[in-house]
Structure formats: C-alpha cells, structure tokens
Ligand binder design. Structure first.
Ligand SMILES: Cc1cc2nc3c(=O)[nH]c(=O)nc-3n(C[C@H](O)[C@H](O)[C@H](O)COP(=O)(O)O)c2cc1C
Ligand code: FES
Length: 643
C-alpha cells in the first residue's frame, strides 16, 4: 500500500487511477444506497457483473456500485456512462436486454427512462429530470461517481487534495480564518457558525482536544447524513482531518447511530483505507500533524444527537444531556475541549479549502451560505434527497423539484426541521429557505427533514404525532420537558378524540411558554414548535375539533367513519376493500357491492386506500365520537338484512 507522503504522490496516484478507469470506455453505475438496496440493487449489480463477464465484455465495460443518487423513490437507479443514460426501476430480468440494446446496440430503452408528466417526453439524462435539474448538487455530486468503499475512486475525483493543500501550504490559523470567512454554519440544527466553534475549541485550554462527527440523525424521515456517510464517507473524513488540524485536535470520533449499519461499515472502511495510505496516523503528508479517528456506535435515541448527550454516550455513560453552562467546545469529552459538528458540516470543508471561501459565499443568502441537503418526503410526487442553494423558495423545492402533490390533491403544509421544527402553510410557499427565515416564521432548518402534507393531513394530529414522538424520546431528566410533553400529549389526544375543551388551545400555549423557558436542553425547548406552528397557521382546525367535534381533514379516526357508497361500488364489485381489511369488517351484500360493519371496523383506512381511484367508492363520513360504534340506522340495517 503506497503511503501518500507528499501532495505530488497524491497527484500521481490520481492520474494513475484516472488512466486505469479510461481503459474501460463504458461504465454501468448501479446505485446501491439503502433505498435502492430495498428495491434489489445489490442483486442488480451482481447480475450486471455476471452478464458482462459471461459475454466477455469485462475489458470494455465496468460496473460500479455507488451511494445514494437521491431519487430513491424510482430505484434501483442505473446510469450508463459516458452518455449518462439514466434508467429507473431496472430489474435483474432486464439485464440481458439492457446489455444487448444499450451496451452493445447503443440504443436507449424508452420504458426505463423518466417520463416527464408535464411534457409527456422521455428524459435520457439524470440532469434533465426536473427532480435533478433544479438542484445544485455539490456535496452529493460525487455520490453518483464513486464506489464508497474505494479510496482510489475518491482520489480520482480530487479527494484528499484539500487535505494535502491544507497540511503543506496553510497554517492552522489560515484554515480557521478561511472557514470563518466562508461563514459555514452548522448543518445539524441551530446553524451555529462552524469557524467560531472551531476557534473556541482551539483557544480553550487543555489537551488533548477532540473533534466529533454527529451522525445520529434521529429526525423521522431524514436520511441526508446517512447517505453522505454511506455514499461518500471519505469526504466527511477529509473534512474532519482538516478541522482537527485547524483546531489542534489529535483524536476524533464519528458517532453513527445503531440503525445505520451500512453507514458505519463504509465509514470504518474509509478510516482503515485512509490509515493505510498514511492519511490518518502520525506525520500526515510529512507535516508533523498526527491524528486518528474511531467510530462510536450510538444506541439510537433522538436525544443522543444533542451535543452533551452524544458526548456522554461516547464516554460510556447513558446518552442524556447535561446543562450547558460551560460549552462543550471548552469542556467536552472527558472535560477536554471538543468540537462537534454535523456530518454535512464536515463534508463542506474540503470544498471550501479547495475552491475558497469566496466561492462558498457566492451561494446562498446574506446570512446562510452554501447549499443544504434536504430529505424531501411525504405527499410529494418526487421524493428523495435534494441539495439546493440556501435561499431557494419552498415552492421551488416542493413543486419544481418535488413535482407537487400527487393524485390531484391540494398542498396543505410542509414540516421543516423535524420534531423541533414547524409546519408552514401554503401562504409561506414563497419563503426563502435559510436558517434565519425559517426561524422567523416559527420553524427551523433542523438537520434538513422536509415532509410535505396534503389536504388529507390533519394538523392537530400532526402536532400530536410529533409531541408523542418527543414524549417517548425525552430523557425525562427535567420536569418541564418530561411533564410538559406528557400534558401536551394528553390535551392533543383528547382534542383529536373529539373531547377537546374550550381553553385547550390556550393551555397548550401556556405549557409551550414554560417548556421553552425552563427545559434543560434544546429537545424540550424546541418541542413546542410543532404545536405552536400548527396553532399559528391552522388555528381553525383546532377550533373545529374542539367546538364542532369535526376533523376538517377527515383524518382523526374518532371523528370519522368509513362507508361504501353503493352507487359507486363497481358492478361486479372488485372486492379490493375486503381483501385489504385485516379484521374482516367488510362483507359482500347479496346482489350488490360491499359494506363496512361499523362495530368491527378499526378505522385503519386500508379499504379507503385500496379502493381503486376509478371507483372512489369508499368514503370518509364525519361522525361525532359518541356515535362511532353505533351502527348507522337505515342503510346499515337494511344492508345487513340482505346478507
Ligand atoms: C434533541 C436533539 C437532537 C439532535 N440531534 C442531532 C443529530 O441527530 N445530528 C446533528 O448533527 N445534530 C443534532 N442536534 C444538534 C446538536 O446538539 C449540535 O448542535 C450539532 O450536532 C452541532 O453541529 P453543527 O454545528 O455542525 O450543526 C440535536 C439537538 C437536539 C437538542
Ligand atoms: S438509494 Fe438509490 S437513489 Fe437513493
């Protein structure tokens, strides 16, 4: 294994790798990120390798397994280079046809291409698909190009050149000033300036100093950090080594949650390879700087992502927060100065070092520079990972990139910032997404979860969902958070059950005030955000639940029941609803369609989802809570008589 002792060695190796790659003019790139794996991407990549070998094409065609491309919903994704033809949903059985027609025949197979719903045209290249076209992919760009388990692939795209430059040409102080000039703000939640945190850690007395990657990512629906660690772990590692040099740290930790086995595996491979190439260890690039990294496997609690809790966990204690009278940058791990940054924050560093602070400042808004990765999920046509410049509007993310709301439904809101963020309504779609703007309207950037909601989402129930999540995830150490969340949950439970009382909204607001003021950590202090934002923007919905015992979205189980419209139920009836029902609550009426036995129905909504759009026979009917178990007079008894 060659130890890279000078930047010239690195450059030579890069040229060598690029030359070796060029020997194969065609590359089949298969996304084997976790999303595509779920669709069978591993078998697909194996299949391509076998088919290419069996046909004796191995000298001309290479197969590369990459990390997440972002458009996970359409996986498995295959890109055929150098033409960049992007195939979606390809399966093992399609391999011989793809080899025959595309690899050997130079023909594109239309049915695997993206069909643009606007133009009705098939799109050949990924960059032309609207989902990708409106993004600015910098951190995610290399995910598509490299095998995450190959340091050579990373070196081929310029990897470790920033580290070589920093260690051989820049002083730690100059690196620090460059990060400060770039105004890189932390991507893990609060948007704290990374350079300021680095400087505090550097100036704090005490050795050794530590640097930590926060890869806990506990927000429901978020997977940006996972995809970076799975798809391009060397970029995070390179950023961390550069940071350690600037700060004067000699040891680092990558904290990865238990539920991310692939991210952990790839991060460990990256560490081992970097060590083998002399990029970790003693006297890196002959600079005299020595540094090494360990992985810490987190136990998978949302609160463990909080900085002090995470450090407790690394030290071997329970991952619970402590008061932060003294910042972790001064007294962190084992009481020593520790700089903790999010995965995405670290991944930005090599780019800033290579391209300069001015380049970085050229993207984004006045207060928030660069790009941000979001996981765009929920009721949106194109879900997946998107990287956009700070300052893009919510409308552009949801409609231009996300393709809007499916099934002709109306957009209702978008939750940003995970459980600590808020739901923003349609009137704020033109808001420019950055740290400060989101904060002003009662939400936050958080780590980048973005959940789109349509007209069928109940906002009271949404608030209840997040409060329930947080009540379970609260460490329970402080009373305002532990009891505040439990009381909030009780109130939201009763409102969604149709038992809300006058004054409940005000009570929720009062609880929110106390929690924000008195909770020990930011979990409790930000926990009221989903409640506050839904009251602020969707108050009428709370009032309808409390005063009219009605859920306007038709989502709260206690306030609706499902019925089958006999006129719409097909003749002969298709029975999709009955097959979907797990509790046998749907029965066939002699000579007619199906009906729901209300006393058996558990209101799971499976029949509603299963009924084909062309019939739309299952409907939601408002019902007052006291009535919901009583069979409907008239229709139901008439139908029962016919069974
Ligand atoms: C309850 C809670 C959970 C958090 N979870 C994460 C997380 O999963 N990942 C993360 O990077 N930051 C998380 N944070 C924020 C961290 O405390 C810390 O501010 C952040 O990792 C600092 O990195 P940054 O400055 O690069 O954003 C969490 C904070 C709280 C209060
Ligand atoms: S996992 Fe393949 S596109 Fe995300």
């Amino acid at each position: 294994m060659p130890s890279l002792t000078t930047p010239a060695h690195l450059e030579d190796l890069k040229v060598e790798v690029l030359f070796a790659r060029k020997a194969k003019p065609v590359w089949v790139t298969v996304c084997t990120g976790t999303g595509c794996r779920a669709y069978g991407a591993e078998a697909l990549a194996d299949g391509f390798e076998k088919e290419i070998e069996n046909r004796g094409l191995g000298r001309r065609v290479g197969v590369r397994r990459t990390g997440c491309h972002g458009f996970c919903e359409r996986g498995p994704l295959v890109i055929i280079q150098p033409k960049g033809i992007c195939y979606l949903h390809a399966q093992v059985k399609d391999i011989p046809e793809i080899v025959d027609k595309t690899l050997l025949g130079d023909k594109v197979i239309d049915r695997f291409l993206y069909l643009d719903p606007e133009t009705g045209q098939r799109v050949h290249q990924a960059e032309e698909i609207p989902f990708y076209k409106h993004q600015q992919r910098i951190l995610l760009e290399n995910n598509v190009l490299i095998d995450a388990t190959s340091i050579l692939d990373y070196i081929a795209v310029g990897g470790y050149s920033a580290l070589a430059k920093v260690l051989t040409k820049m002083t730690p102080e100059a690196v620090l000033q460059e990060v400060k000039r770039a105004n890189l703000r932390g991507r893990g939640g609060a948007g704290f300036p990374a350079g300021v945190k680095w400087e505090t850690t550097r100036n704090a007395p005490g050795v050794p100093k530590y640097v930590v990657v926060n890869g806990d990512e506990g927000d429901p629906g978020a997977y940006m950090d996972r995809s970076l660690l799975e798809g391009n772990p060397h970029s995070v590692l390179e950023g961390l080594i550069i940071g350690a040099y600037a700060i004067g740290a000699s040891e680092g930790f990558i904290y990865v949650r238990q539920e991310y086995p692939l991210a952990r595996k790839h991060a460990q491979i990256a560490i081992d390879q970097a060590r083998d190439y002399g990029l970790l260890g003693t006297n890196i690039f002959g600079s005299g700087f020595s540094f090494d990294v360990k992985i810490h496997r987190g136990a998978g609690a949302f609160v463990s992502g909080e900085s002090t809790a995470l450090m407790n966990a690394i030290e071997g204690h329970v991952g619970e927060p402590r008061p932060k009278y003294i910042h972790t940058s001064e007294k962190g791990l084992w009481g020593k100065p520790t700089c903790l940054n999010n995965v995405e924050t670290w991944a930005n560093v090599p780019f800033i070092m290579n391209r300069g602070a001015e380049w970085f400042r050229g993207m984004g808004t006045e207060g928030s520079k660069g790009t941000k990765i979001f996981s765009l999920v929920g009721k949106v046509m194109n879900s997946g990972l998107v990287e956009v410049p700070m300052g893009i509007t919510l409308r552009d993310i949801v409609f231009k990139i996300g393709g809007g709301v499916p099934k002709g439904k109306k957009f209702k809101g978008v939750q940003t910032g995970g459980p600590s963020g808020g739901v923003l309504p349609e009137s704020l779609l033109d808001l420019k997404v950055d740290f400060d703007e989101l904060d002003k309207v009662g939400s936050m950037m958080g780590s980048g979860g973005m959940i789109v909601m349509d007209e069928s989402t109940c906002m009271v129930d949404t608030a209840r969902y997040y409060v329930n999540f947080l009540a379970h995830e609260s460490c329970g150490k402080c009373v305002p958070c532990r009891e505040g969340l439990r009381q909030m949950l009780k109130i939201l439970d009763r409102i969604t059950a149709g038992e809300g009382r006058e004054g409940d909204i005000e009570l929720l607001e009062e609880l929110a005030d106390f929690m924000e003021m008195a909770s020990l950590c930011a979990l409790g202090r930000s926990a009221p955000n989903p409640v506050r934002s839904t009251i602020r923007y969707f108050r009428a919905e709370y009032e309808a639940h409390i005063r009219e015992k009605r859920c306007p979205a038709g989502a709260c189980a206690a306030l609706i029941q499902y019925e089958i419209d006999q006129a719409k139920c097909s003749h002969p009836p298709c029975g999709a609803c009955a097959r979907a029902c797990a509790v046998d609550a749907i029965q066939k009426v002699k000579g007619g369609g199906y009906m729901i036995l209300q006393d058996k129905c558990i209101k799971c909504g499976s029949c509603y989802t299963a009924c084909p759009d062309r019939f739309h026979a299952v409907c939601k009917v408002p019902v007052k809570p006291a009535e919901w178990k009583i069979p409907l007079p008239g229709v139901e008894s008439e139908l029962r008589a016919q069974m």
